[in-house]
Design a binder for this molecule. Structure first.
Ligand SMILES: Nc1nc2c(ncn2[C@@H]2O[C@H](COP(=O)(O)OP(=O)(O)OP(=O)(O)O)[C@@H](O)[C@H]2O)c(=O)[nH]1
Ligand SMILES: [Mg+2]
Length: 278
């Protein structure tokens, strides 16, 4: 299992352009061979957010896909400096990519969505509004009233339900999410900057629900369809990492954090200030 994420001091990313002013929202899009999806996704993100008075940036974190995505994002970043590209070398892992993107931003609100258009960018303003109204964590949810999975085989739906059922003991009363496996959410930086999140694995939201300083969760329904183009990265390794995360969270449950754990903050995420609405 890889160690918890820490920003290496002095680390500089392969960043195309820096956003001109401090954004309120940083949306990270982790990518592994998503070249055919990224242009329509970024266009839809901009179309969804631009009508709103919101300073945002979009950070694509690619793990050296070598499929031309870097060229596409660099070209779009030249037109729009709110789009940034980070290329990680010799690293793999969805959670680690997301944490790396968040660490490269000063935004007060951190968000993530998949690159394959399974998460509708048109929902982003709604997620933001819920956060602005006071929620600490807002989740795009397949399992809250109004949400669904469209076009999914029954067996995968059952596996998804079973995986969620297994999270119930590690989720905390009062802030339980019906879709703790969602990869589409926004969270206040202040809720996660004092914990170290595991950079291995796929399910960063579950760890946030179990361990972060989150007081309120809102779920916004959406329809989770099939990926637009390209191949799934879900694999046996992902399932193994998920089980490892669950075991760790079960073990930690109810254990009082050590002095060291309380004192050691997530150095790279301790930057922003509280968002409006808190
Ligand atoms: N940077 C980076 N991104 C990753 C990695 N693994 C997956 N991703 C991205 O994480 C997102 C989720 O991966 P998916 O393959 O869509 O996983 P999934 O949605 O569970 O599977 P499908 O429903 O089959 O698409 C996508 O944007 C991927 O490109 C990785 O190791 N590194
Ligand atoms: Mg997907």
């Amino acid at each position: 299992m890889s160690p918890p994420f820490r920003m290496r001091s002095g680390e500089k990313a392969n960043v195309c352009e820096a956003a001109p002013c401090r954004p309120a929202l940083a949306l990270v899009i982790p990518t592994l061979r998503e070249a055919r999806n990224i242009r329509p996704l970024l266009s839809r993100v901009r179309a969804a957010l631009d009508p709103h008075e919101l300073a945002y940036e979009v950070i694509v974190v690619d793990d050296e896909s070598r499929d031309g995505i870097d060229v596409i994002v660099a070209e779009m970043a030249r037109e729009d400096p709110r789009i940034r590209l980070i290329v990680r070398s010799n690293e793999r892992g969805l959670a680690g990519a997301v944490l790396r993107g968040w660490a490269e931003s000063d935004a007060r609100v951190l968000a993530v969505m998949d690159a394959d258009l399974q998460h509708p960018p048109e929902l982003l303003p709604k997620l933001w509004t819920e956060l602005d109204h006071g929620a600490d964590l807002v989740v795009g949810s397949r399992y809250t009233c109004g949400g669904c999975m469209r076009g999914w085989k029954l067996v995968r739906q059952l596996i998804s339900r079973a995986a969620i059922w297994m999270t119930l003991p590690v989720q905390r009363a009062g802030i339980r999410a019906r879709d703790p496996m969602s990869g589409f959410f926004m969270v206040r930086r202040s809720c996660i900057e004092r914990i170290e999140l595991q950079k291995s694995g796929f399910k960063i939201l579950l760890e946030i629900l179990a361990r972060a300083e989150v007081r309120s969760v809102v779920e916004v329904p959406f329809t989770f369809g099939r990926r637009h183009s390209g191949a799934s990265k879900a694999s046996l390794r992902v399932a193994f990492d998920y089980m490892a995360l669950l075991v760790r969270l079960y073990r930690q449950k109810g254990r009082t954090p050590s002095h060291e754990e309380r004192e050691v903050a997530h150095p790279s995420l301790r930057r922003g200030q509280e968002v409006a609405g808190s």
